[in-house]
Each structure stands twice: as structure tokens, then as C-alpha cells.
Design a protein around this ligand. Sequence first.
Ligand code: G3H
Ligand code: 13P
Ligand code: ZN
Length: 316
Amino acid sequence: MIVTTKELFKAAYGKFAVGAYNINNMEQTLGLFRGNLDSEAPFIIQISRGARTYADKRMLEAIIQAADEIFPEAIFAVHLDHGDLETCMDCIQSGFYSSVMIDASSKPLSENIAVTHQVVAAAHARGISVEAELGQLGGVEEHVQVDEKNANLTNPAEAEAFVKESGCDSLAVAIGTSHGAYKFSGHQGLHLDVAAEIQKRLPGFPLVMHGSSSVPEEEVARINAAGGDIKGAKGVDENEFARAVPLGVTKVNIDTDGRLVWTRVHREFFRDHPEKFDLRDPGKIFIAEYAKFIEHKNEKLGSAGMLEPVRKAVAG
Ligand code: G3H
Ligand code: 13P
Ligand code: ZN
């Protein structure tokens, strides 16, 4: 059942965070649904502009539609990740997405507010939720490279004004995370003090944490032992999710860690079976491993076991 992120956040706020996982193909989608159902969790499927180009937006919609029929017990939102104005409008008009993210965070504040407001007006007219972003994460964000040192943490006073003026339903905040596999170079962690300050000014308002992969050392080591060359760096400590949830972090975005699972499975498979060439052999392993990975993340996010409470909440 497809629901809006707003409905999910209403049920989750302060209690758990909903995992937001990017998909690009059928194997990820199958693993995603299986993992969430095995851990009885509601979830968010994220589709980036890159994914819409890679797989064709119609193909992704058809895959999700099929998964919804194959797994009728699942409760999830279909969300555009890091959209621009044009893609947001396309998703809103498609009638399939229940949530969009307008990412105008690289623009001046007034322009970010204006474009977010425009998307909110179109989306709300169709019952679709809107996530916006204020502040800048480090790393690569849809082809825009932001240096760690140029990443600006979200200003809490600006966040309060931004939410009131733009009318968005949730806000992606920069609290020290960055996208991709190369995150913290040293001992840096999350700036939960910034999240706490934002929550004081926006009580009950859902915050989103992008760049939340943990880039597990063991995963990187296995990839490299199977022929990879990933430098790796520390990601977000998964145990920090539980500290972020009471501060209003209600959606946690994870993509890179899933890509690492894919890379590890395929590198190890072909290293160990150089004679094989049936794509379904590693594909089956990947689907099972990806489902296990999703279950593990949901445990850390606190969303595991929340499927039935959320079903009740959205029904009544
Ligand atoms: O934040 C970006 C997401 O990980 C999506 O990445 O644009 O390469 O699909 P992508
Ligand atoms: P990671 O690169 O840390 O997985 O972040 C994903 C993300 O924020 C998608 O919007
Ligand atoms: Zn992101």
C-alpha cells in the first residue's frame, strides 16, 4: 500500500525513523520489499534523477507497481530523491509518487524558499508530501560536488523561517553527514546539538538525515579482498540513529551501503566462480543479502516491528 511520507512521519515522530532506500533495478526492489516485510517495517522507496534516467522512469514505476501487488502487506511511500523543479512537477503530475524532495539547497535562501513553495503548492493540491533541504552536506549530491570544508550546517533560526515560509512537510538538515562512501576522514560524528536546536524551534516537525550510510569497514575489506579498490572512510555510526530519533529525525536516507552490498556479492561471486556467467546466480544471492541488510538497518532505526502499528495509524 502506497502512503505519503507525511502519514508515515505522523506515526513515527519521536519513536522511530523510517528507512529511505534508493532503488535502481528489480533486484534491489525485491530485496527491499522482502527485507522490510521480514522485519515488519514500513519504509520509503527513493528514486533519484539518476535512477530515472538509468532504468527509465516508467520501468521503475512498473517494477514498484508489481512489487506492491506481489507484497500486498507492505506499507511504503514512493519518493523522488533530490529533485529539481522540473522533475518534481513531472512526478507530481505522474500521479504515482506520494512524496517528492525539492533540493534547492545550493541556491540562495530566498530562491530556495520560492522554488520550494512552488512545489508545495502543486504537490499539496494532489495530496503529495514535500521534503525540502536547507544547509549543505559534503560529498556528491546529484552531480554537484561539495567539499567537506564548504558544507554548511543548517542554521536553526533559518530552518524555522524556511519551514514557515515554504510550507514543506519535512526538512533535510545538514548535521555533519555527507553523501557517498568517503565521509568522515577522522573522528567527526553527528552534530546532534544542531538537531536539538532545530527541534526546539520546530517541535514535532519531521527532520531528514541524508548521507546516513555507515560504510562498514568489514564490507569495504571484503570488496577489496575480492579485487576492489575502495578507499573507504568512516560513515555514520548506526548506534547514533537511536540518539537522533528523539530529536525529530524521522527519515534516514541510505543508498551507498546498499551499493556496497551489491559490489561485495558480485565481486566475491565471480572471484569464487570464474566459470559462471548466469546473471541470476549472483542475482539470487544479492536479493537475499540485500534483504538481510535492510532488516539490520531497520533494527537500528527502530522501524522493525512497526508495520502493524503504522497500518492502524494510517487506517484510523
Ligand atoms: O544522494 C544521492 C543518492 O545516493 C542517489 O545517488 O544520484 O547516483 O542515483 P544517484
Ligand atoms: P548515502 O550516500 O550515505 O547512502 O546517502 C544517501 C542519500 O542521502 C540519498 O539521498
Ligand atoms: Zn541525499
